[in-house]
Design a protein around this ligand. Structure first.
Ligand SMILES: Cc1cc2nc3c(=O)[nH]c(=O)nc-3n(C[C@H](O)[C@H](O)[C@H](O)COP(=O)(O)OP(=O)(O)OC[C@H]3O[C@@H](n4cnc5c(N)ncnc54)[C@H](O)[C@@H]3O)c2cc1C
Length: 471
């Protein structure tokens, strides 16, 4: 989300009123989720630290943590382990994809970009490479990623595990940039796949949810290095919904942030610019809108009857903002206010209608949330479990602060997504199981069969995957 870039010009007022309430409000906050244990002593006599994800809603106590230095060590580790192995990227999934009481495997040392080829616009990326590193490394070779999510903290293999995406009518998820992949299976054998070699594995592994093996390296398509201009402005909810398709068609990237309980919506348009178009002294973004939202949320806890008035008051004072930078600088936003998230992808053509119904439901049921709802257009792809499988999508993300109860909010909204034939983001919170997935993905059973072939003993299956895949 780009809310950390916008200038809530009334933030000083909010701060003044809210500051006194923050200490008492946050003192009373505590996560609903169980706390991770303090650590255990592993088989080698060393302490094994517990694990938790970015927002803290998922945690576990692994019996061992492995961080192999090279592919050979990784293969040895897989061959010798005789229990569940789960990979962890950067822990930015909200669903239970990672937790295990057994081996937690990180590719943090298998990172970097190799064989960058400006002529072919391709490069090899190790699975443990953070997306931020990918952007910077490609730039050194005169290239940029084709698109990017709204943060760049994820690992590459973790990002493609869930079809992590940005926005853009013509632009697919990060998985849609894949040319080839290299995967270590449960028996330690390596499978190489591409659209022309082991193509079934390739189209399954483009959204692998860590269920097929360990993704060590991938070859990706890139663009020649480019700069971006981002412009954000506030408009009425009515205008935002009515103009969604027009603005999508006009810009390389276009997304919306709808403000629950308000009459407003923020539009964010991002386009390529030449270096000559960048002003000598580009405007500086203000950067504390998340904090302002947090303050506002704390105030509303004390006077919920003021919710709508306060959000409208804050939103109506938002000034338009523009910023410029290298592709990876504009894509990579900072998220320093923790939240939990549910995201579904509905067919592009019904997206604004679905968003409208969600906003109306929040108002009608007086759901206590003010966290902006993000909505993005993403192009279709061919990966079997991708929420964009053969369907241009409109991804709608509902959030709440990490220390607020998100469950009642998400429970009220999830059926609206189902009504619009939504497919959940695999890395975010949802309640679907194998029957619902089979109804949404025509290749779901093929994925299960391929998974059984690649990992007959279910070594890469944890409780969450067992539930969602029925494995
Ligand atoms: C603040 C924030 C912002 C976000 N923004 C976006 C966004 O803009 N767009 C979007 O689509 N999503 C977004 N997400 C969701 C996030 O991109 C996905 O959940 C992503 O999968 C997380 O990547 P990770 O590296 O943290 O992987 P993890 O969450 O650590 O793991 C994800 C999955 O990948 C598997 N895995 C990791 N490495 C490997 C490997 N080498 N081999 C095999 N399996 C592996 C894990 O076992 C697990 O199944 C956001 C999340 C947060 C917290």
């Amino acid at each position: 989300m780009n809310f950390d870039r916008i200038n809530l010009s009334r933030r000083h007022l909010l701060k003044a009123v809210g500051a006194g309430m923050v200490a008492s409000a946050t003192a009373g906050c505590s996560s609903n989720e169980p706390k991770p244990p303090a650590g255990i002593i592993g088989a080698d006599g060393k302490r094994v630290l517990p694990w938790k994800n970015w927002s803290g809603n998922q945690s576990c106590q692994p019996s061992e943590r492995l961080v192999p230095r090279n592919e050979e060590q990784l293969i040895d580790a897989i061959k010798t382990a005789n229990h569940t192995i789960r990979c962890v990227g950067s822990g930015h999934s909200f669903s239970g994809l990672v937790p295990t009481n057994h081996t937690l495997l990180s590719l943090a040392r298998l990172r970097g970009v190799e064989n960058a080829d400006l002529q072919a616009l391709e490069a090899d990326v190790w699975g443990g490479t953070r997306l931020s590193m990918l952007g910077r490394e490609l730039w050194k070779h005169g290239m940029s990623t084709i698109n990017m999510s709204d943060i760049d903290s994820q690992s590459f293999a973790g990002a493609i595990a869930t079809s992590t995406h940005g926005t853009g009518k013509e632009l697919g998820s990060i998985s849609s940039h894949l040319r080839a992949m290299r995967i270590v299976k449960a028996d330690g054998d390596i499978v190489e796949c591409s659209p022309t070699k082991n193509s079934d594995v390739f189209y399954a592994a483009g959204n692998h949810i860590g269920a097929l093996g360990v993704v060590t390296k991938s070859r990706i398509k890139t663009d020649p290095a480019y700069h971006l201009k981002e412009h954000s402005w506030m408009m009425s909810e009515e205008e935002g919904l009515a103009r969604a398709a027009e603005l999508r068609d006009k810009h390389r990237h276009y997304e919306m942030f709808a403000l629950p309980h308000s009459d407003y919506m923020l539009g964010v348009a991002i386009d390529k610019v030449s270096v000559d178009e960048i002003p000598a002294e580009p405007p500086v973004a203000s950067g504390d809108a998340y904090e302002a939202f947090r303050m506002m949320s704390n105030m509303i806890d004390y006077m919920p009857f003021m919710r709508s008035w306060l959000v409208n008051f804050g939103a109506s004072g938002v000034e338009p903002e523009t910023r410029y930078g290298k592709s990876y600088e504009i894509f990579g936003n900072l998220r320093d206010i923790l939240f939990n998230e549910m995201e579904y992808v509905v067919p592009a053509e019904v997206g604004p209608q679905c968003l409208k119904e969600i906003l109306a439901t929040i108002k009608k049921q007086d759901i206590p949330v003010i966290f902006p709802i993000e909505a993005r257009y993403v192009a279709a792809d061919e990966h079997w479990l991708s929420p964009f499988y053969r369907r241009d999508g409109f991804a709608i993300s509902c959030h709440n602060f990490h220390d607020k109860d998100y469950k009642a909010y998400f429970a009220a909204i999830e059926p609206i997504f189902w009504k619009y034939d939504g497919r959940p983001h695999w890395g975010k919170i949802h309640t679907l199981g194998p029957q619902e997935f089979a109804a949404r993905y025509e290749r779901f059973n093929d994925f299960l069969e391929l998974r059984r072939d690649m990992d007959p003993q279910g070594r890469f299956i944890n409780d969450h995957l067992s539930r969602v895949l029925g494995a």
